[in-house]
Structure formats: C-alpha cells, structure tokens
Write a protein that binds this ligand. Structure first.
Ligand SMILES: [Mg+2]
Length: 280
C-alpha cells in the first residue's frame, strides 16, 4: 500500500504487554513479530525504572527508545533521533535522556520538608536497603536492587488513613509534586505523565521520519489514560483485576477495548490494526 502511514506503537507493560499475574508476553509474540517485519517501533512506556527495564528489553529484543517511571523521562540510543528538543538532554545507562519531571533528589528534599510540615511518619524506598525492600515487597534481590535505582520518583509505604493521604497530597502539591496511588505504595512524582512522553515521542519520530507518525497506544490502568487519550488509536487492554480506565468523551470514539486480557488482547488489537492498514 503506497500511502500507508508511518505507525508507532507505544505500550504499557504490566497487565498490558505482560500478563498481570505471570509477567509472560508469549501470547503477544505473533503481533510483535509482525510489527518487527514492518519496521514499526514498539516503545515501552512504564512505571518501571531504567534498571528494571534493561533485562526486559533484552528479553523482548527491543532496541527502541523507552519511557521510564510513569513518563518522567524518555531514553534512546545515542544518535537515534536528530536533536531537535530544547531543554536539557542528559545521559543515563548508556542512553541519551530527556527528563520531564522532578529528579528524585528534588523529591526527597521536598519529602523532608513535608515530614516537618505535616508530622506524618513517611517511610519510603530511600529509607531502605535491598533486604528491607525484599521484606516489604517479596521481590527477589536483583529486582529489588533494580527497583531501588530510581531517578524520578519515590514510592512511600502507605498505611495511613484517607484523611492523612489527603494531607500528604495537599502538602506535596504545594511543592509542585503529585501523588500516584498504586496498591500498598503511593508514588511521589513530578509534573510528568505518560501522555507528555508520548507527545515528545510523536515529535521526535516526526523529525526522524519527515512525517507525522500514526500512534497506537495500549494500556490497562488509570496511569495510562493520558497516553491513551493522545493516541490516534487508543487500545484499552482488558484487565483481570481492574475495570477499564475511563477515557474522555473526545477520545472514546477512537478507542477500542480488547476482549481478551493482557498480552492476548494486545496481540488481537495489534493484528486488527495492521489488518486495517493492510500491512500483511
Ligand atoms: Mg499496567
């Protein structure tokens, strides 16, 4: 097809490309192979740290740019994009890096003040060594060390009341940060999200390709909404544990909800879109 658009896939990992329970992605292999055949990049956009992503990217044989810590930074291989961005571009784990949010150091300084201001007994990753994190999460030692290697966010163990959570939320907001609730931990992060990272990627690929990419985004959770709403083809991947996250009325007509959960749903949705563009 002469005029097929340049497609770009941006995807969440846990519960989306990776099975919610087993973290396997075998069910998505056929669609991944088809994307690879057509040279369509798959950009991982996750809450994970760069250190946590490294073994996964190797397993997925994914050499493409990636987004870490809930949209806090995009990393890409040196020379992959023509430099077109203003603002600071750093380096991290052998990659070029565009940060969007606050650094972890800035976040930890704010949390020290918030402790004083609110009297809340806050306990987070920065207070723990690997063994303590293992005890709190059940992660193995290697994964715990990778999870501790954070650059843009601080997870706090949360045992407080809703009133205390509201107090914490107001306090961090006064300092220009925000909270993301996720299970037993609340994450303190800067003003970045997965959608902002998607916008940056769209521009970066537009200058790389000389034409605007058509973006397929896939996610299963509330923290994926900003990313899904900015995509040309938002795909909500069904979750075995959560209801589908609500999208805005404006983006709903473009969106699809998969029938199957996790990687199986991912596989079906990508096949359907490639069929739509007649990319065999
Ligand atoms: Mg997810």
């Amino acid at each position: 097809m002469a005029n097929a658009p340049k497609l770009l896939v941006v995807t969440d990992l846990d519960g989306t490309l990776l099975d919610h329970h087993t973290y396997a992605f075998d069910a998505a292999r056929p669609a991944l192979a088809r994307l690879q055949r057509h040279g369509i990049p798959v950009v991982l956009n996750t809450s994970k740290t760069a250190a946590e992503l490294a073994p996964l990217r190797a397993e997925l044989e994914n050499p493409h740019p990636f987004v870490v810590e809930n949209g806090a930074a995009v990393l890409w291989p040196e020379g992959h994009f023509p430099l077109h961005q203003s603002g600071p571009v750093g380096a991290m784990m052998g990659h070029r890096m565009q940060p969007f949010g606050a650094t972890r150091q800035e976040i930890l300084e704010v949390l020290a003040q918030v402790r004083t201001e609110t009297g809340l007994a806050l306990q987070g990753f920065a207070d723990w060594d690997v063994a303590t994190l293992v005890a709190h999460t059940g992660l193995d030692k290697t994964s715990a060390a990778q999870a501790l290697a954070r650059c843009f966010s601080e997870p706090l163990l949360w045992r407080g009341s809703d009133t205390e959570l509201a107090l914490l939320e107001r306090a961090v907001r006064r300092h220009g940060l925000r909270l993301l609730k996720g299970g037993r931990f609340v994450h303190v992060i800067g003003q970045s999200d997965k959608g902002q990272a998607l916008d940056w990627l769209r521009q970066a690929y537009a200058s790389l390709w000389g034409e605007n990419p058509t973006v397929i985004a896939l996610g299963d959770g509330d923290n994926d909404v900003a990313m899904l709403e900015r995509a040309d083809h938002p795909v909500v991947v069904r979750s075995p544990v959560n209801p589908p996250p609500p999208l805005s009325a404006a983006s709903r007509p473009r969106a699809t909800l998969t029938e199957a959960c996790g990687p199986e749903g991912w596989n079906q949705a990508v096949h359907r879109l490639l069929d739509h563009y007649q990319l065999a």
